[in-house]
Design a binder for this molecule. Structure first.
Ligand SMILES: Cc1cc2nc3c(=O)[nH]c(=O)nc-3n(C[C@H](O)[C@H](O)[C@H](O)COP(=O)(O)O)c2cc1C
Length: 207
């Protein structure tokens, strides 16, 4: 399977825009779309992946990936493994749910045990060495509440996921108090911040 992008060449940074929210038109999604626009304006090819639209099950611990470079579960994750090997960067966008990330999004990350086993158990990362050196991630996360540590769960999980897929934690946009803000469209400054961070990531990956 190959990365499908129109007009892409070897020098063009390939970014995945990963939406973890169950809402495809919610506040997280709108922030992600701005960040994606920024990365595209910086010259990158960006593919948006909406976890809520994927058909897959949670990791069943079959342990097939202890010896194989994929999972025995034949579902939408198979295509994800290839995309996540080939990408140069990622924008992860997620709301805080029960002080962590949404359940289906967590299951999505758990299925990258395929990458974990290759990297840490067999000492043979699925990501090519030259890509490993430059892959970067941007995290966009929003929470309803404005309390200390509200992003701690998200940060622990996202940092672990980025380690597993051989991607540096590059930058973040953490927006709390969405219960007060309610509609992100009323905060053009925050949407602009998402655009700017997406643009910066795109520039960093296209040099
Ligand atoms: C099931 C659920 C659990 C949530 N848990 C938390 C939480 O633990 N802490 C918090 O600050 N906000 C929590 N929220 C609020 C969301 O983070 C907030 O509404 C966010 O803006 C949703 O983003 P979205 O509209 O893009 O999905 C929760 C929302 C839902 C629906």
């Amino acid at each position: 399977m190959y990365w499908i992008f129109s007009g892409s060449d070897d020098m063009t940074g390939r970014i995945i825009g990963l939406l973890g929210s169950p809402l495809s038109g919610g506040n997280t999604a709108r922030l992600l779309d701005r960040a994606i626009q920024g990365a595209r304006d910086a010259g990158c090819d960006v593919e948006k992946v909406v976890v809520a639209d994927l058909d897959f099950e949670a990791c069943k611990e079959t342990m097939f990936c202890t010896e194989h470079e994929t999972c025995i579960m034949d579902d939408d994750m198979q295509a994800m493994y290839q995309k996540f090997r080939e990408m140069d960067g990622i924008i992860i966008a997620t709301p805080v749910m029960t002080m962590g990330i949404p359940g289906k999004f967590k299951s999505f990350m758990d299925r990258f045990q395929v990458f974990f086993m290759a990297k840490y158990m067999r000492n043979r990362s699925l990501v090519a060495r030259e890509k490993r050196a430059k892959r970067k991630g941007l995290l966009i996360s929003i929470s309803g509440m404005n309390i200390p540590g509200v992003f701690d769960g998200v940060l622990l999980t996202v940092r672990a996921f980025l380690d597993i897929i051989d991607c540096q934690y590059g930058d973040e946009l953490l927006i709390c108090d969405m219960d007060t803000i309610r509609d992100i469209d009323t905060r053009q400054d925050l949407l602009q911040a998402a655009y700017d961070k997406g643009y910066a990531l795109g520039k960093a990956l296209n040099t």
